[in-house]
Design a protein around this ligand. Sequence first.
Ligand SMILES: NC(=O)C1=CN([C@@H]2O[C@H](COP(=O)(O)OP(=O)(O)OC[C@H]3O[C@@H](n4cnc5c(N)ncnc54)[C@H](OP(=O)(O)O)[C@@H]3O)[C@@H](O)[C@H]2O)C=CC1
Ligand SMILES: CC(=O)C(=O)O
Ligand SMILES: [Mg+2]
Length: 554
Amino acid sequence: MELIFAPEVNLDELIQGPTYSVVERQRLGILGLLPAAVRTDEEEIARCKANLDRLTDDLDKYIYLAHLQDANERLFYQLLNTNVQEFMPLVYTPVVGLACQNFSLIFNKPPRGLFITIYDKGYIYEILKNWPEQDIRAIVVTDGERILGLGDLGANGMGIPIGKLSLYTALAGVKPSQCLPITLDVGCNTQSILDDPNYLGLRQRRITGPEYDEFLEEFMYACVRRFGRNVLIQFEDFGNHNAFRLLAKYRDDFCTFNDDIQGTASVAVAGLLASLKVTGTRLSDHTILFQGAGEASIGIANLCVMAMKKEGTSDKDAKSKIWLVDSKGLVVNNRPEGGISGHKQHFAKDVAPIRELGQAIKTIKPSILIGASAIGGAFTAEILQDMAKFNKQPVIFALSNPTHKSECTAEQAYTHTDGNAIFASGSPFDPVTYKGKTFEPGQGNNSYVFPGIALGVICAGAKVITDELFLISAQALADQVRETDLDVGRLYPPLQSIKDISVKIARAIVEEAYNTGVASTFPKPCYIEEFIRCQMYDTSRAQVLFPEYSYPKL
Ligand SMILES: NC(=O)C1=CN([C@@H]2O[C@H](COP(=O)(O)OP(=O)(O)OC[C@H]3O[C@@H](n4cnc5c(N)ncnc54)[C@H](OP(=O)(O)O)[C@@H]3O)[C@@H](O)[C@H]2O)C=CC1
Ligand SMILES: CC(=O)C(=O)O
Ligand SMILES: [Mg+2]
């Protein structure tokens, strides 16, 4: 047999590992660099699973998967797609929280994202040029100040943009080469992190004020200059004091959204719309109480108002049905403790102050209770029992992440309401069997919507992302919920069908983008769903083809 060797071996060529055929190995000049077996994708996925099964520690599993993503991205996404339900908690919440807390320890050399520090001010465009890919369509950016419910993790927050963008690909087929995770390192205010000898970020307290704002401004313009006007910039896990004002500042001129405010609103309203099918009510019939009055709660509250207005309720009446509890108690006008910012002000009521959540519930008797305060266990047995006392089927969402920050567990929700709760949570819980019925609660997490929204925005070349798009996505998601889901207490469609769900969301986004004149992909595709599917990442392996050919006789 005649062997053909390439003059120089490119180790990148090994990326497909043992799935290369012998002929491919010869042609690529990598013969001998792999063991003899020529394997199918399925066999390689099984090998990855066997490796994961050997590991007992979640962080070790995260590290294994991160290495797989670096070594063989295609296989990584194939593996995730074999069982999204099983693998999502390992690349996303809750384990991504653990990974962020240990990020400096587990950081590995291959760059999965860009770190841009406050000292890079003036050179952000040049740093963006260091990223090897040119055709970036989506950026997820954090400054690490509010990572899940874990607080300020500084540069360790990088796990979040990486994890979110992995879901862009795994859940909605956005091409990984078009995604760029970015951490803006402006310091960290968590002393234990600054004291950690392994910490890899800037070892200083956070820069704030005009210097921070100028840095963000330069970042936004540098992204557009480098990757084009339509590059999607998703803000993730910024501190409350920056999140709202940056969204307000950039939303009309950039293709941007804040996932914690707007994505969360969309997924929560989707869950509420699905719950209406169970209770046979309208959203406007409900009284909603939020534990927490931050990015997530205010975002959801505002979108609930939009949804109620669609039902014909006035703005004033809709707002009157929504109550907030923050760290100082019920959000009421003239509260002695003050602290009612502009966003909370819309929902502040003219009633006597109440300090405790439990007391607020006894007084207001809400039919929907939503937790987004990062106070684990805030929904006590008594609170859950009260919700069941006041309502035949209380809606209870414990949205805080990761799992130990959840306001209650699924088991607590069902047990303390005698199995009557309509429940969803930000981080996943295992099925619960109560009095012979097995509940499989759904995950009220923005991950159900942001990948599909991003896919739609990218396909349409949307110039801006309006609030209307988040309500449309909520409706598109709720429309996917079947009787069989509701029967097991799930307000969301099964995760296993998430790619099709994302396409439906994307389709709704694309149609709306054209209808409202914010699309810029022309000509408008005739068959929108087919067009979207054609843009999606294909995990099947590109064959290294060497067609037989010969020169014509000279
Ligand atoms: N499931 C999902 O998809 C999402 C979940 N989340 C989760 O929601 C949580 C909050 O996130 P986010 O809204 O962005 O954070 P913010 O920091 O913006 O808001 C937190 C809110 O909680 C309030 N709070 C703090 N302590 C208490 C307390 N003891 N009692 C009542 N309220 C309290 C704060 O009050 P004050 O205003 O007085 O400071 C603030 O209003 C996090 O755990 C996050 O992981 C967030 C986004 C998406
Ligand atoms: C899910 C999410 O975005 C958060 O917890 O911050
Ligand atoms: Mg977030």
